[in-house]
Design a protein around this ligand. Structure first.
Ligand code: SF4
Length: 358
């Protein structure tokens, strides 16, 4: 069995190093990471010299370091391979969004145990969870990357947990990272989306978790029926759709005005889940849930997988069935497929389509 524990996060490491320091001092340290003018511990002059020297020796300023950075030909998508302090590699993606700002697609684990059959990350298996710092520092990495390119827009307006891993399997570190961003960046909770394959016990736990931030939630549905979904998402739990429908209603009842934050993601795979009957079954399922939005995703091709993408005309027909039934439906734009940075393609492969920039 691989060791899947995340490394100790900086906050806990600092508490161990300086047990008698007050909480505000630890907050000062955390704030410093996100202060753009500070490039290392030596710049954090609000801390005493002795403390800085200990920090320089004991805690790396960044929890991960870039190994390779690639940019798509269009220049609207960038991907970095990062190494954790144990040298294990993971990826993070930066995409230009329609507001002409940037969205980061963050990873929450190295590899993934969920094994979704269309996804490259799933073929890696789970190597380990990322620490809250390794998740939060993906934002810091991309901030630094943009600051070195002043001709590009500088604002990171959104973060989506759609990189490597299933975030709800690493929920405590995901929560910590989100709180760090909410505390120290201009990201608001509705600009952060946690995308999950639907780990029902954790979703159910969120309903009563006072520490769960009011972020958007996207559920990767991919099929309106259990048996066919299991062929795409093998970890589909028994009675998945029934429990998920009930969960959306409980979410609406308990968390009230957050209900519009639930989206069903639906990757369209030719001949598997994209015909009109499937769309009609999806309408029936959506009607059993609280108000949700459906986002259809054209399949991104992965080497070695037999699946093919639905045609755009097929996608339009599928969307039309939903729209005619009054369901709010959008289609995700594919970005970064030339550098294996699109959804479902992250598996530490470096495609030759883009250009290496670092
Ligand atoms: S789609 Fe997401 S949950 Fe499924 S294997 Fe890939 S990374 Fe894991």
């Amino acid at each position: 069995m691989p060791k899947t524990d995340a490394p100790l996060n900086r906050h806990d490491h600092c508490k161990e190093l300086f047990p008698s320091e007050p909480a505000f001092r630890l907050k000062q340290i955390e704030k410093a990471y996100f202060t753009e003018t500070m490039k290392g511990w030596e710049d954090v002059t609000t801390l005493g010299k002795e403390m800085r020297e200990t920090l320089i020796k004991e805690i790396p300023w960044m929890s991960c370091t870039p190994v390779t950075t690639l940019s798509s030909k269009s220049g609207d998508t960038h991907k970095v391979v990062l190494a954790g302090n144990d040298e294990q590699l993971f990826e993070s993606v930066l995409m230009r969004n329609k507001r002409d700002q940037w969205t980061i697609c963050v990873s929450s684990q190295i590899g993934c145990a969920m094994g979704c059959t269309f996804c490259a990350t799933g073929t890696m298996g789970l190597k380990r969870n990322l620490s809250s710092d390794e998740i939060a520092d993906q934002y810091r990495f991309w901030k630094r990357f943009l600051s070195e390119k002043p001709d590009l827009p500088q604002r990171i307006s959104n973060v989506v947990f759609m990189g490597m891993g299933e975030p709800l399997v690493n929920v405590e570190n995901v929560k910590k990272a989100i709180h760090t961003w909410l505390d120290h960046t201009d990201l608001g909770p509705t600009r952060i989306t946690v995308s999950t394959v639907g780990v029902l016990p954790v979703l159910e736990g969120i309903l009563t978790d006072k520490d769960w931030p009011p972020v958007k939630i996207a559920i990767s549905l991919h099929s309106p029926e259990e048996e066919s979904r299991r062929k795409i998402v093998p970890t589909t739990a028994p009675r998945f759709h029934e429990r998920l429908a009930q969960w959306t209603k409980d979410y609406e009842e308990i968390l009230g005005n957050r209900r519009h934050h639930i989206t069903f993601e639906y990757t369209l795979i030719a001949g598997v889940n994209d015909n009109e009957d499937e769309a009609k079954r999806l309408v029936n399922f959506v009607r059993k849930t609280s108000a949700v939005k459906v986002n259809v995703i054209p399949l991104n091709l992965v080497d070695g997988k037999a699946f093919t993408a639905s045609s755009q005309s097929g996608i339009e027909k599928f969307k039309k069935v939903l729209l005619n039934a009054g369901i709010d439906v959008t289609q995700r734009k594919t970005m970064g497929s030339d550098i294996a940075a699109a959804c479902g393609q992250l598996a530490l492969t470096i495609k030759s389509g883009g250009k290496i920039v670092g």
